[in-house]
Write a protein that binds this ligand. Structure first.
Ligand code: MV4
Length: 452
């Protein structure tokens, strides 16, 4: 087992990894930027090393600085958390070269899943349902037009290196295709340094449903069911839940089985998330895979009682999935997570500054993942997530009641937060009825005005 792990992240996820390490008896090394000197991840780690100025490129994304810290502290492994270097295959390779275990899949698997049209091809080959679309990268707008005619409008053009919605264009007619193709190409080239594009049939009003898996180094893979994450604004998730109201036990089992086989075949190791779109006929189609722990992982932890971060560490250290899980995966009850962001309620812009009052809720079935505290400051350089409020109930109705009361007992003063927005979403009849496709938030704002 690892003796010491460096956590290449900050905020609530750095604390989450520290929790897992403490329970496993592993020493922790925090890295921090000048802006994070007084952060809780620094306080709770056994050691902490400052790696540079606040800007991400000079600190948490600075590979030589991160590796130097790992060498100085003499760690066995690096946990990348989410975002930052977590899906950077070059970083994973550098770790390997330096004999530091990267807690994630092998670099070549990270690279495969990072090239979205290659991931799509691999899933198709293995029998995972995908949407009709191009075979591989589009050679130009002429080839794009041929595929669009074959697939039928509307289609969506996506960046191969993409994710998060950048370099994406919906195309509804032949006339607008060349212009939108060029726009997507320029945007992808500027954002990712790679203008490769591919095409899929466009699904109207989809739900975003993702499956959680765990895989060991010996080809054994387990599915931990799904999370529904359709409530998003500008490709930022606001609220996630498990199970999805739309996934039957049979569909969960069917998709879980095909995913386990596929990921075993590609040599996947680590926790992982496979994203699907669900159309209005309740059919699921693979869109992309994330090879990291995700922000919303606690939703799955609440309904399965599996500690996903501990599992990541144990699997990276060479444990078998059988030893990590101790038995079959059982789903109990319903969990909901609300992402509490420090942001202005109308402008949705980050609200940095000093938190003057901080009182998180507690009680039965309530979990708060956060690195925030009273008198602490939220630096302007990083993302605006300050807490994840997660509840579990015996069913969806109980989870909704519990979340509503917990949101009402969450006091954050000094910065604007999304707590008032979440309270209104939880009270919304459409949300309560489970009508939560990806157009939910737009319709919600249309009903309630911009503030919700
Ligand atoms: C789609 C789609 C409809 N059809 N693909 C947006 C981000 C990226 N991860 C995938 N996205 C979408 N891909 C096809 N073929 C609609 C979206 C989409 C979306 C997906 C999930 C959650 C929210 C979304 C909001 C707008 C568009």
């Amino acid at each position: 087992m690892f003796k010491k792990i460096l956590i290449a992240n900050r905020g609530e996820i750095a604390l989450r990894v520290i929790c897992a390490c403490k329970e496993l008896g592993i020493r922790t090394v925090a890295i921090y930027s000048d802006a994070d000197r007084n952060s809780l991840h620094v306080r709770f780690a056994d050691e902490a090393i400052c790696i540079g100025p606040p800007q991400l490129a000079q600190s948490y994304l600075n590979i030589p600085a991160v590796i130097s810290a790992a060498e100085i502290a003499n760690v066995d492994a690096i946990h990348p958390g989410y975002g930052l270097l977590s899906e950077n295959a070059n970083f994973a390779e550098v770790c390997e070269t330096c004999h530091l275990k990267f807690i994630g899949p092998p670099p070549e698997v990270t690279r495969l899943m990072g090239e979205k049209e290659k991931a799509r091809a691999a899933m198709k080959k293995a029998g995972v349902p995908i949407l009709p679309g191009s075979d591989g990268v589009l050679g130009g707008d002429g080839e794009a037009l041929e595929w669009a005619r074959a697939v039928g409008f509307p289609v969506i053009i996506k960046a191969s290196a993409g994710g998060g919605g950048r370099g994406m264009r919906i195309v509804r007619s032949e006339q607008e295709l060349p212009g939108l193709f060029n726009a997507a190409q320029s945007e992808a080239a500027a954002a990712f340094g790679n203008g490769d594009l591919y095409m899929e049939k466009y699904v109207e009003n989809p739900r975003h449903i993702e499956f959680q898996v765990l895989a060991d180094q010996y080809g054994t893979v387990a599915s931990l069911g799904e999370r529904e994450c359709s409530i998003q604004r500008r490709h930022q998730k606001l609220l996630e839940e498990s199970p999805s109201t739309q996934v039957t036990p049979e569909l969960r089992e069917e998709i879980g089985q095909v995913l386990c086989k596929t990921l075993s075949d590609v040599g996947y190791v680590n926790a992982g998330t496979i994203e699907f779109l669900m159309d209005t006929d309740r059919k699921l189609y693979f869109i992309e895979m994330n090879t990291r722990i995700q922000v919303e992982h606690p939703v799955t932890e609440m309904v399965t009682d599996v500690d996903l971060v501990k599992s990541q560490i144990l699997l990276a250290a060479g444990e078998t999935l059988e030893n990590v899980l101790h038995g079959p995966i059982v789903h109990r009850g319903h969990a909901i997570e609300c992402r509490i962001n420090a942001e202005h309620p109308e402008k949705f812009t980050p609200s940095a500054g000093k938190i003057t009052t901080f009182h998180p809720p507690g009680g039965t079935g309530v979990r708060v993942d956060t690195a925030a505290y009273a008198e602490g400051t939220i630096p302007p350089y990083y993302d605006s997530l300050i807490a994840k409020l997660v509840v579990r109930g015996k069913d969806r109705d109980e989870a909704i009641s519990r979340m509503s009361r917990a949101l009402g007992m969450f006091i954050v003063e000094g910065v604007y937060t999304t707590i008032p927005l979440h309270r209104k979403i939880l009270a919304d009849p459409e949300f309560r009825a489970g009508h939560t496709d990806t157009t939910f938030i737009e319709r919600f704002f249309a009903r309630n005005g911009k503030q919700g």
